[in-house]
Design a protein. Structure first.
Length: 254
């Protein structure tokens, strides 16, 4: 059984594969101060909820956008899983040429997503990840990672808005009742949802002018399902894209 771990700035998403089938997956809040022992305890508790034991896991791989947590997950694997955890980073085999000035600057989750998207779509594509930031990662028809675009995420934008404008309330990202808000909350919700969707469409259209109109798009990330229904250019949502990419990269490094 393969354990795959995607450590994001806000949430950690992990799952277990049996062959190429994802048996189960879980999410929990990312805590930057977590130790290897705390991660081991959290992992054991969540696995047991689905009748999976630590002893069933014989391999693992981690992608971490939080630098201090990558080593903690690797130490956890050594102590509690009795094997060396593979970490996505410089020197790992991805099977994907990287056209980036400094490949070390690429967030590991972005590269993992690109690998999974190209494997699934088999042609030029763009991954839009709705996480703490919104990232756009284009892959060429030849399977090359071309670079990316990064903009503030939905929750960052909301936090900045309410912190800088004292009279505006904090809101949850839920579907707006209409384009024109009849309350302050509805007006903010409409601006965030339609504004983010418009940004996504504008960037994807520019990318298609550069890469070709046949370029496919796929979205992932915790807030993808809140925004994608209001876009015109996103063709699919895959909440499990990063976990699938981790499995593929693990298999390419066996």
């Amino acid at each position: 059984m393969l354990l795959v771990v995607d450590v994001g700035n806000t949430q950690t998403h992990f799952g277990v594969f049996v062959g190429d089938e994802l048996r189960e997956h879980w999410r929990f809040a990312t805590v930057r101060e977590s130790t290897a022992d705390e991660l081991g305890a959290a992992l054991r508790n969540l696995l047991e909820l689905r009748s999976v034991t630590m002893s069933e896991i014989d391999a693992s791989i981690v992608s971490s956008t939080v630098p201090v947590l990558g080593p903690e997950w690797c130490e956890m694997a050594e102590r509690y899983l009795s094997h060396e955890m593979l970490a996505v980073g410089p020197g790992i085999k991805t099977g994907m040429p990287i056209r980036y000035d400094n490949p070390r600057e690429i967030g590991p989750d972005r590269l993992v997503n690109a690998v999974a998207a190209y494997e699934s779509l088999g042609g030029p594509c763009v991954v839009v990840d709705f996480g703490t930031a919104i990232t756009y990662d284009p892959v060429s028809a030849d399977g090359e990672y071309l670079g990316g675009i990064i903009s503030p995420g939905v929750e960052i934008s909301l936090e900045a808005l309410t912190e800088r404008a004292a009279a505006l309330p904090k809101i949850d990202v839920t579907p707006p009742r209409s384009l024109i808000g009849k309350t302050t909350i509805d007006a903010i919700r409409s601006g965030i949802v339609y504004g983010t969707a418009g940004q996504v469409d504008a960037i994807v259209r520019r990318l298609r002018k550069e890469l070709g109109q046949q370029t496919a798009t796929i979205a992932t990330g915790g807030l993808a399902n809140s925004i994608v229904p209001y876009t015109e250019t996103i063709e699919a949502v895959d909440d499990l894209l990063t976990l699938t990419g981790l499995r593929l990269i693990y298999e390419r490094n066996r």
